[in-house]
Design a protein around this ligand. Sequence first.
Ligand code: NDP
Length: 254
Amino acid sequence: MKHDIFSLKGKVAIVTGGNQGIGKVVAGYIADAGADVIIFDKNDATAVAEEIAEEYGVRTGAIICNVTDPEDVKKAIGEAAEKMGTLDLLFNNAGICLHKDALDCTPKDWLKVIGVNLNGIFFVAQAFGRYLVSNGKSGNIVNTASMSATIVNIPQGQASYNSSKAGVAHLTKSLAVEWAEKGIRVNSISPGYIMTEMTGTVRKDWRDFWVSTIPFKRMGKPEELAGAVIYLLSDASTYTSGCDMLIDGCFTAV
Ligand code: NDP
């Protein structure tokens, strides 16, 4: 390539929720694009970080961090900056799902989902944004929203999840506008049904129904999200902010 616009060489990327699923796979691709990677997860992701370092020859690290706790997040950002020397990119991806009808959803259920998926995304983005601004740096954020931000999934009831992801999509635009002049771009990806630990344990009849309604007639793989994340984190997208990329096998097109 004459113009190496998709390269992440020389950058340090945080990946939240990177101990498994989408975060783990995409973290490997971010490393393959040249970035050093530090994983934040509620579980110890040291083994994943070591695997990525060995496979792609980049520097990696892992920090245990609960994204619902702003103090924990602030501490993790400080530790990550110290360990890696600097921070440039954030794949803000940790999330949970709850399949429960709205009539049965308890206040605790609701607050748990909103706590991880919306509050957690905000706390990490805010701490990362503060780090960039206080260090006079530019940077890029990609939040993981979902096609559930714009459509209502069936047959399962998941109002808390859908609402949290709609919040992420609009938070993305809000931060993109607020931080445009600070040189911080903020975009999101909205995956359709992706085969991970999160979806792997869902009732088979539901998964069969989902597949029957996806024009591609299959669920996506985590690696099929990597190109979009790298594009949005890299200099290939320098005029793009506040954008949501749907990657859903045409699900929302029908
Ligand atoms: P997984 O459950 O496979 O992975 C999520 C990771 O995030 C896990 O390691 C999980 O740890 C971690 N995590 C959960 N809560 C916290 C927390 N409070 N603080 C830090 N880390 C946490 O999910 P996916 O990889 O499938 O999903 C990743 C993202 O993609 C989520 O935001 C999800 O909503 C979104 N998404 C997924 C889709 C799919 O079909 N899979 C579709 C659309 C969007 P633990 O296992 O202990 O909970």
